[in-house]
Write a protein that binds this ligand. Structure first.
Ligand SMILES: C[S@@+](CC[C@H](N)C(=O)[O-])C[C@H]1O[C@@H](n2cnc3c(N)ncnc32)[C@H](O)[C@@H]1O
Length: 227
């Protein structure tokens, strides 16, 4: 999988190289994000975040009672920033940070985990890899475990095709997949596709639309492990 993400890695390394440190106790905005994490962390002692970036959302889980966090990201710069911040604030021994993608996820032996975060990553993967991330995390989490998925908004079919900077990529599954000029993938996924994708590992118990800074909306799905 990872060979397909060279441009993704380059793009996010550029972003995280210059990103300021965050404080692990600093709340995320909007408040619905904090509420979602509180729900995720209830009764959880371990949380895994695939595509964790610099790890701010993941680090917030400590405030909600989590003992140990594991974050993976393909960007070395993101992981280094996360490591630096967590060490500075005394969380080093309670965190595992791994630079890598799906192969690194599959290599994790410390299972089961209680909860999983997938924030703004699933729709930036090739659809077959997104399916595999869900299958692998589905096996890592025990019954009753939880997952939060955050995604870009859904655009009506064809809207993105007429936007500058988006090139449609042929996909066997028929998924509406684009490559942005930055090299990032964007899978324009409808709610029905999300539900199909998470099946049979996960059941959606809630879905929220949140407004981010600048007016952009995101969708958050609250999922529970079925069996
Ligand atoms: C939009 S950022 C979101 C970061 C973080 N989850 C958050 O919400 O702040 C997407 C992140 O996913 C990571 N990513 C993208 N493709 C990946 C892959 N194939 N394997 C692991 N991480 C990946 C990027 O490096 C980037 O840090």
């Amino acid at each position: 999988m990872d060979n397909n993400y060279a441009a993704t890695e380059k793009y996010w390394n550029g972003v995280f190289k210059n990103k300021a440190e965050f404080h692990p106790r600093g709340k995320l905005s909007p408040p619905e994000l904090e509420q979602a994490l509180q729900w995720l962390c209830r009764d959880a002692s371990t949380v895994l975040d695939f595509g964790c970036g610099h790890g701010h959302a993941l680090a917030r889980c400590f405030d909600y009672g989590v003992e140990h966090i594991t974050g993976l990201d393909v960007s070395q710069e993101a992981i280094e920033l996360a490591r630096r911040v967590l060490k500075k604030h005394g969380y080093q021994s309670r965190s595992t940070l791994i630079c890598g993608g799906l192969d690194a996820l599959k290599a994790i032996k410390e299972t089961p985990v209680d909860a999983v975060i997938l924030f703004n990553v699933l729709d930036n993967l090739l659809p077959r890899d997104a399916e595999e991330v869900l299958a692998v995390t589905g096996k890592m989490v025990s019954s009753g475990g939880k997952m939060l998925i955050k995604l870009n908004p859904y655009f009506e079919p064809g809207v993105l095709a007429s936007e500058e900077g988006f090139t449609r990529v042929n996909c066997e599954s028929g998924a509406e997949l684009y490559r942005e000029d930055s090299g990032l993938y964007l899978w324009n996924m409808s709610d029905a596709e999300v539900k199909k994708l998470v099946n049979p590992h996960w059941v959606t118990v809630n879905c929220l639309e949140i407004e981010l800074k600048g007016g952009l909306t995101n969708r958050i799905y609250f999922l529970e492990k079925t069996s």
